[in-house]
Design a protein around this ligand. Structure first.
Ligand SMILES: Nc1ncnc2c1ncn2[C@@H]1O[C@H](COP(=O)(O)OP(=O)(O)OP(=O)(O)O)[C@@H](O)[C@H]1O
Length: 675
C-alpha cells in the first residue's frame, strides 16, 4: 500500500459526477484484470477510499491540479500504474460509454435511496433553502406524514418541531437532542451539509424513543410503588415475612423481627433454620391456600400466624407469613366494640335529638329514660291518638303535653288544661261540657265547657286518676262518640278535640280496686309516655340547675350566678321527691338568698344540706369504731375531715354549711393545723 503513485489531475472540470462514474467503471475493470483492490487518497489527507466507490469519489470532489495518491493491496504495481495513467488523462468518452456511465450513476442513486429507505431511523435531508429533499420511510412512520407530502416543502411547514431550519441558519449541528413530534419523543442527530465551506443543506437522523420513555416512566412508577410498599410494610403493626420458592427469606419487617425475636440478618437464610417448626414446617411451606393458626409462646402470650402462598402465572413463587400478637388483636377488638357501641349510642342520641321538634327542645335533660319518653311523645304529636302521660308530680308531664300540642297540626288552636283533682266532682261535668242557661241548671247564663273551648285543639286532663267514676263514664262516651251535650242542654255538639291525660296515680291498682274504669284506661292509654323521676336521672341535675339559674335570672332581671361544686354535689345527693319542680324552686330560692355571685352550700335549704351532713356524720361516727362519740368529738372530726378534703376554710365551710370564720375558729379550738 505504501508504494503508491502520486498523480496530478489534469482534467479541467476535475472529477465531477460523470467523470467519477467513469473512474469507478475503469477502476473496476483494472481491479478485475490485475486481481487487486485499488485505493485513492488526497495528498494531505489520511482518509483512504476505494477507487471503485462512486459515492466516495464524488464526496472527494477532486479538482484540476490537485494531487492524489493511488494505491493497491497487491505487490504488483501494474494495476496501480494503469489506474494512475487513466486518472492523469483527459477522460475522453464516447456515446456508448456515456450511456454506461449514466446507468452506473443511476444505479448508485437508486442504491442510496434503497439504503435511506431501509434504515430504521427517520432521515430528513434539506437543501440550502430549507426544502426537504429526502424523507425516508422511517420518517414517514414516526411523523405520520407521507414523503409525497413532505418532499419539496420547507421543513418548518412540515415538521416544525424539529427546527431543522436552525441548522441551515447557524451551520451548527447537535447530537442526542431530545425532541417531540406530536405525541412521540425522538432523539435527533442533526447537522449541516457543508460543501466548499458553504452550507448546502442539513440532514437529520432521528429515532423514536417513545416506547423507551414510556418504559422508563413505568419503571419510575414501579420504583415509587416499591418504595411506598416498603414504607407501609415497615409501619404496619403486623409482622410480615416473605419467603421465596427455595424457602429463602427475602424480606422481614421490623414488627416480625420483634414478634418472632429474629434479626434482619435472617434475610437470605433458609426459613426452616430461622423459625421454629411450630411456625413453619416443610408441609406448611407447600400450601396452595391460605391457612391460619395460633401459636402459644413460653411466656403464655399467643401469636396468630397466617401463611398465604404467593402465586404468579399459576405457579407458586413463595409464601408470605403474617404474625399478629393476639393480645394486641384482643385489645383492638375491645376498642372496636367499645367504639362501635359508643357510635351506636351517639347515633341514637343524635337521631332522638334531631327528631324532636322545637317545642320539645326546652325540656332539659339528656338521660336515656327522658329521651325515650320525649321520643315517644314527639312521635305522638304527629298523630291524633290519645296520650296518657304517667309520672310523679313535678316530672314535667304538663310540659310534655304542651310540647305535643305545639308540635302537632293543632298548634294554632287552643291548649286547654283541666285539673280534674282541683274541681269538685259535682262541678266537673259543667266545667268539661258547659251548661245551658235556665231553670234546670239554675244558671243565669250559658257557659261553654272546656271540651268546646278546646275544639280544634287539645284538652289536657291532668290528674285523671282523681276523676270520679260517673265522670269517667261520661268521658268514655265522649272519647268514643266525639260528641258532647251541655248540662241542661238537649242538642249534641260534635267536637274535634285531641285528649292528653296525665296522672301520678297507680291506675292499674285502682282498676283492680274498682276505682278506675278499665275501658276508659284502655281508651286513654293508647300512647303511654313514662316521665322518669329526677332521682333516676341525677346526671341531668347540673344541666337543669344551669337552665333554672338562667331562667330565674332572666325572669328577675339579674345576673346569672354560678353554683359551687359542693353545692351541686348536695343537689345530686338529694332524693328530689318533688322532682324538677322542686329543683326549680330550690334554685330560685337559693339565688335570692345568696349574697354573692356563687350559690354555695350555705344558700341551700338545711333539709337538702342536712341530707349530706347526715351521711357524713354517719360515716364519721362509724369511723369511731362502735364508741358513741361526744358532740365535740364529732365536730372535731368533721372539721378535720372537711379541711383535709377541701384544703381551705372556705371550701370546708361550704361543705359544712357554716361560715368560714366559724371553721377557722373551730380549727384553732381543736388545734387542727396540718391538712
Ligand atoms: N325536663 C324539664 N326541663 C325543664 N323544666 C322542667 C322539666 N321538667 C319539669 N320542668 C319544670 O318543672 C315544673 C313542673 O313541671 P310540670 O308541671 O310539667 O310537671 P307535672 O309532672 O305536670 O307536675 P304535676 O303532676 O304536679 O302537675 C314546671 O315549671 C316545668 O317547667
Amino acid at each position: 500500500m505504501d508504494k503508491g503513485v502520486k498523480i496530478t489531475i489534469n482534467y479541467d472540470k476535475g472529477i465531477h459526477t460523470r467523470i467519477a462514474a467513469m473512474v469507478v467503471k475503469r477502476c473496476q475493470q483494472i481491479m478485475d484484470k490485475y486481481k487487486c483492490q485499488l485505493y485513492i487518497r488526497r495528498e494531505k489527507d489520511d482518509t483512504v477510499l476505494p477507487g471503485n466507490s462512486l459515492l466516495a469519489l464524488i464526496s472527494m470532489r477532486i479538482r484540476q491540479g490537485e494531487s492524489i495518491w493511488v494505491f493497491s493491496d497487491s505487490e504488483d504495481e501494474d494495476g496501480v500504474n494503469d489506474f494512475a495513467n487513466f486518472l492523469k488523462g483527459s477522460f475522453t468518452i464516447n456515446q456508448s460509454e456515456i450511456d454506461e456511465v449514466d446507468s452506473l450513476i443511476q444505479n448508485n442513486v437508486l442504491a442510496s435511496e434503497k439504503i435511506f429507505e431501509s434504515i430504521a431511523n427517520g432521515l430528513i435531508v434539506l437543501d440550502e433553502k430549507n426544502v426537504i429533499n429526502v424523507f425516508n420511510k422511517a420518517a414517514e412512520r414516526i411523523t405520520g406524514i407521507s414523503a409525497k407530502v413532505a418532499v419539496g416543502k420547507k421543513s418548518n411547514e412540515i415538521i416544525a418541531s424539529l427546527q431543522l431550519q436552525e441548522v441551515i441558519a447557524t451551520g451548527i449541528g447537535q447530537t442526542g437532542l431530545k425532541q417531540k413530534i406530536g405525541e412521540k419523543v425522538v432523539i435527533t442527530n442533526r447537522g449541516p451539509i457543508i460543501i466548499d465551506n458553504k452550507i448546502m443543506g442539513a440532514v437529520a437522523v432521528f429515532q423514536d424513543i417513545s416506547e423507551i420513555e414510556k418504559l422508563s416512566w413505568e419503571l419510575n412508577g414501579v420504583k415509587e410503588l416499591k418504595q411506598k410498599l416498603e414504607n407501609i410494610l415497615e409501619n404496619v403493626d403486623d409482622g410480615i415475612c416473605m419467603v421465596d420458592e427455595k424457602h429463602v427469606i427475602t424480606y422481614l419487617n421490623r414488627p416480625f423481627q420483634r414478634i418472632m425475636e429474629v434479626s434482619n440478618k435472617s434475610i437470605g437464610k433458609n426459613v426452616f433454620e430461622v423459625l421454629p417448626p411450630d411456625i413453619i414446617s416443610v408441609e406448611s411451606s407447600h400450601i396452595s391456600e391460605q391457612s391460619s393458626f395460633i401459636v402459644k409462646r413460653d411466656d403464655g402470650t399467643e401469636i396468630m400466624i397466617n401463611i398465604s402462598p404467593v402465586s404468579l402465572d399459576e405457579s407458586i413463587k413463595g409464601i408470605i407469613l403474617l404474625a399478629k400478637e393476639l393480645t394486641q388483636i384482643e385489645r383492638l377488638m375491645d376498642r372496636v366494640q367499645e367504639l362501635s357501641a359508643k357510635t351506636i349510642f351517639l347515633q341514637e342520641q343524635l337521631l332522638k335529638k334531631q327528631e324532636l321538634s322545637k317545642p320539645f327542645q326546652n325540656i332539659i335533660g339528656r338521660s336515656g329514660a327522658l329521651f325515650d319518653a320525649l321520643n315517644i311523645a314527639s312521635k305522638a304529636s304527629e298523630t291524633n291518638s290519645t296520650v296518657l302521660i304517667r309520672g310523679e308530680s313535678g316530672t314535667g308531664k304538663e310540659l310534655v303535653a304542651k310540647a305535643i300540642h305545639y308540635s302537632s297540626h293543632r298548634r294554632n288552636n287552643p291548649f286547654v288544661r283541666v285539673n280534674c283533682a282541683a274541681i269538685p266532682a259535682n262541678l266537673l261535668e259543667s266545667e268539661l261540657f258547659g251548661h245551658e242557661r235556665g231553670s234546670f241548671t239554675g244558671a243565669i247564663k250559658q257557659k261553654l265547657g272546656k271540651f268546646e273551648l278546646a275544639n280544634g285543639g287539645t284538652i289536657f286532663l291532668d290528674e285523671i286518676g282523681d276523676m270520679d267514676k260517673s265522670m269517667q263514664a261520661k268521658l268514655l262516651r265522649i272519647l268514643q262518640e266525639k260528641e258532647i251535650e251541655r248540662v241542661g242542654g238537649l242538642k249534641t255538639i260534635t267536637i274535634d278535640v285531641r285528649v292528653i291525660a296525665a296522672t301520678n296515680s297507680p291506675l292499674e291498682v285502682m282498676i283492680e280496686e274498682g276505682n278506675f274504669r278499665q275501658d276508659l284506661y284502655y281508651r286513654l292509654n293508647v300512647i303511654p309516655v313514662m316521665m322518669p323521676p329526677l332521682r333516676h336521672r341525677k346526671g341531668d341535675i347540673p344541666l337543669l340547675s344551669q337552665y333554672f339559674i338562667q331562667k330565674v335570672a332572666t325572669k328577675n332581671n339579674y345576673q346569672p350566678k354560678e353554683i359551687t361544686k359542693s353545692a351541686l354535689k348536695c343537689l345530686e345527693d338529694y332524693r328530689w321527691p318533688g322532682n324538677v319542680r322542686e329543683l326549680e324552686n330550690i334554685i330560685e330560692m337559693s339565688m335570692t338568698l345568696s349574697n354573692d355571685s356563687m350559690i354555695k352550700v350555705s344558700d341551700l335549704p338545711q333539709y337538702i344540706v342536712g341530707n349530706k351532713d347526715n351521711k357524713e356524720m354517719l360515716k364519721v361516727t362509724s369511723d369511731m369504731e362502735g364508741h358513741i362519740p361526744t358532740l365535740e368529738e364529732v365536730e372535731r372530726k368533721l372539721i378535720e375531715l372537711s379541711l383535709q378534703k377541701y384544703r381551705s376554710f372556705r371550701g370546708a365551710a361550704e361543705a359544712l354549711g357554716i361560715n368560714h370564720k366559724t371553721v377557722a375558729a373551730k380549727a384553732r379550738k381543736y388545734n387542727i393545723s396540718s391538712w
